[in-house]
Design a binder for this molecule. Structure first.
Ligand SMILES: [Zn+2]
Length: 155
């Protein structure tokens, strides 16, 4: 099986919420694509309920793109502790942290309908929780985001 970067991260030695550079790929033409962890809650101590995580996905899809150019993808982590984000080029982690904070502020204050929530636009449109998504954003902001270095598992 191919080696996966995130399985080498020591999940017991990180401090959420945080932004971490999780990977960098160069395309054959030399463009960079950078992957970030946007971790919202502490691994193995907390997890975001699926409906709220789904709502965070819908809201951050738009709000992160308001603050960062060339976002390819923002997707929930299967462990439900945060999101992955892939971006063209190499914005530094401090800049991504600021963008994430600004996006979370917008999520915390979001008082409009959730974008993309209909049977036509979403694969599980009934499964959303705006109130809990807003609360999770507020709790993360109150805790204070950091830039997390990669702490590699020693095996
Ligand atoms: Zn959806």
């Amino acid at each position: 099986m191919a080696k996966v970067e995130s399985f080498d991260l020591d999940h017991t030695r990180v401090r959420a919420p945080y932004v971490r550079i999780a990977g960098l790929k160069r395309t054959p033409r030399g463009d960079a694509i950078t992957k970030y962890d946007l971790r919202l809650v502490q691994p193995n101590q907390d997890a975001i309920a699926p409906a709220a995580l789904h709502t965070l996905e819908h809201l951050l899809a738009g709000y992160l793109r308001d603050h960062l150019e060339d976002v390819l993808d923002v997707s929930p982590m299967g462990c439900r502790t945060g999101m992955y984000m892939a971006v063209v080029a190499e914005p530094d982690a401090e800049r991504v942290k600021t963008a994430f904070e600004n996006a979370l502020r917008q999520v915390a204050g979001h008082d409009q309908p959730i974008p993309g929530v209909s049977e036509l636009e979403c694969g599980n449109y009934r499964d959303h929780d705006l109130e809990e998504a807003r609360r999770r954003a507020r709790v993360a902001l109150d805790a204070g985001l950091i830039v997390q270095d990669t702490i590699t598992l020693q095996r």
